[in-house]
Ligand binder design. Structure first.
Ligand code: ATP
Length: 367
């Protein structure tokens, strides 16, 4: 998949810009605060329907303006698409090839982002790893995002109900109806996570080995709040979930919290047997994150037959020279990549030959 053209109107600090990226490697350079990340953000926004760093859509509209527009032409396996976003403070509109369609249509377009905040995937709380599972790994299975939304809805209703039961405003018997849905959707979410991870982890291990010249073995394992065997069917997970949850129902009412389920699960990450979060150096943690991101990219290719677009925001030149070269060799001519940096001096001649360098200054882009 390739972004062939992107036009921005009043997006962040870009008043008007049109950008025809190189099909392989695009290096976006410029001093700090000129609009490099904003450009990556616009690509991400057009393909995902939201920003990776703004909580509110209105934040991406250029200050003192009413509307931001992003028009993106992309090519996926010889098919052309035009994605159009019109973003206002009051809401946003999405068109695909000129027609308003459900946003789920965007699921067919892939984008993988690696930015400095992603290091929390290794060193942060379980919540960060669940975000990775829900937003990046899970969607490699077409039914995952829907199952995840269903589970989140039931979970939030159930937690409200637990509070009402404890305050004697609701009858505990009503819980049975919600619990049944909680176990069904929860078992589906866990089952799909395990299915995707079964494929993803071996890919991540082999990429990690490659990036570290065979020196580091990556171990990744799903940690569930339920006692599970990885070979369990969805029905078996349902049984385990319902039996375990029934035993702690009283405790859950006391705490007004649902204590078991996919929202309590995690992934353990280790390098050569030592937990990456506690023992990994910054560079090792960065490489683990990169291996996981690249494995999403690779698995996407195996599942859907094309590579997603890759966005590397301020992370490539933090890797040592060997890892940079290894990475660029892997991506070159296969994955359209957008890399930001404020240190153009660090750019290797190899990159200059296989891609294009762009300069950003105060919301203006030159090639
Ligand atoms: N909605 C907005 N309207 C106008 N300008 C904005 C808006 N949001 C952010 N900016 C401006 O965009 C600039 C930041 O751009 P960006 O984050 O892309 O910088 P960068 O080039 O990636 O910098 P760095 O190298 O420091 O990461 C800041 O000057 C900020 O004031």
């Amino acid at each position: 998949m390739r972004v062939e053209n992107i036009t921005l109107n009043n997006f962040r600090n870009y008043a008007k810009v049109s950008f025809k990226p190189h099909p392989s490697i695009n290096i976006i350079t410029g001093h700090n605060a000129q609009g490099k990340t904003n450009l990556l953000e616009s690509i991400y926004y057009s393909l995902k329907g939201h920003s990776f760093r703004a909580d509110r859509d209105r934040d991406v509209i250029k200050w003192q303006q009413e509307t931001a527009v992003i028009n993106t032409e992309i090519m996926v396996s010889s098919r052309q698409f035009l994605i159009q976003w019109l973003i206002k403070a009051s809401g946003k509109k999405f068109r695909l090839n000129g027609t308003e369609v459900p946003r789920a249509e965007l699921d067919q377009f892939g984008v993988v982002l690696f930015c400095p905040e992603d290091l929390y995937l290794v060193k942060g709380s379980p919540q960060e790893r669940r975000r990775f599972l829900d937003l990046e790994v899970g969607p490699l299975h077409p039914g995952y995002s829907h199952a995840c939304r269903q589970y989140a809805r039931v979970l939030s209703q159930r937690n409200i109900l637990l509070k009402e039961i404890r305050g004697r405003q609701a009858n505990p018997d009503i819980l049975d109806i919600w619990d049944e849905q909680l176990y069904r959707h929860g078992a589906r979410v866990i089952f799909l996570r395990l299915q995707v991870l079964k494929k993803l982890i071996p890919v991540a291990r082999s990429i990690h080995l490659e990036l570290t010249n065979g020196l580091e073995q990556l171990q990744a394992k799903y940690l569930s709040s339920l006692v599970l065997d990885l070979s369990f069917s969805e029905e078996q997970i349902y049984q385990v979930f319902s039996q375990a949850a029934k035993q702690i129902r009283k405790l859950e009412i006391d705490r007004c919290q649902t204590l078991l389920g996919p929202h309590r699960d995690d992934i353990s990450l280790a390098i050569n047997g030592a937990e990456a979060k506690t023992f990994g150096s910054q560079g090792q943690q960065r490489t683990v994150t990169l291996s996981l991101k690249l494995s999403v990219l690779e698995l996407w290719y195996r599942e859907f037959g094309h590579y997603p677009v890759l966005l590397l925001d301020d992370v490539l030149f933090e890797l040592d020279h060997n890892r940079q070269t290894m990475l660029l060799d892997k991506l070159q001519d296969k994955v359209q990549t957008f890399i930001t940096t404020s240190f153009p001096g660090g750019i290797d001649d190899q990159i200059k030959q296989v891609g294009q360098i762009w300069r950003v200054h105060a919301g203006n882009l030159t090639g």
